[in-house]
Design a protein around this ligand. Sequence first.
Ligand SMILES: Nc1ncnc2c1ncn2[C@@H]1O[C@H](COP(=O)(O)OP(=O)(O)O)[C@@H](O)[C@H]1O
Ligand SMILES: [Mg+2]
Length: 219
Amino acid sequence: MPVLEFIDVRRNYPGTAAVDGVSLSVPAGQLLALVGRSGCGKSTLLNLAGAMDFPTSGTVQIDGQATRGLNDAALTKLRREKIGFIFQSFQLLPNLTAAENVELPLLLSGQPRARAQALDRLARVELAGLGHRYPHQLSGGQMQRVAIARALVHRPSLLLADEPIGNLDSATGTTILALLRRIVDEEKATIVMATHSAESTAVADRVIEMRDGRILSAA
Ligand SMILES: Nc1ncnc2c1ncn2[C@@H]1O[C@H](COP(=O)(O)OP(=O)(O)O)[C@@H](O)[C@H]1O
Ligand SMILES: [Mg+2]
């Protein structure tokens, strides 16, 4: 069963179809790069994939479960258990330490040993020993590593990344891409990443180009 499936998905905004009839199947263990110029629908597609938004028509399935028609409790559970999200702007909580940011998803879902798991996750993104730091005490690359640790700590089926290296210098961006690649290879994670950078497509298993809400090429 694919981790993510879009079946003829449309998402209309007034005056525009941000996603316009997309069908797409993403198997487990794939690193998929979504490319295309600004406004082509990448973020809309990721939000649909993360059950943060819902299709106007068509179906989005995560691990075989349709995102539309779920009640609030089921939706919260789906997002907490199945989805991890990382952003260009990192979106760390500034008043929490790195370790506290990473353990938050576990605390929200009532899991035991949250701190130990968070520290283990931080070590896997090469931030062992920095768990006590606040975001403002970290570099951009380190902040994105914390965000990656947070997005993966609950072992989601799907990691969604919206321009994850867009705010980083190119050398740092390269190390973040290498980290995402390693996570896919070592943990069989599944990642869908919206990106502008040619470098991102080099680490991807598959590149899909969007234009005006549609998929142009699906290699
Ligand atoms: N909340 C919204 N309300 C109205 N239009 C939107 C909204 N979000 C996105 N759009 C429009 O949908 C299209 C796709 O946007 P987006 O998914 O953000 O593209 P990308 O991430 O590729 O830059 C654009 O035309 C954008 O203006
Ligand atoms: Mg975008």
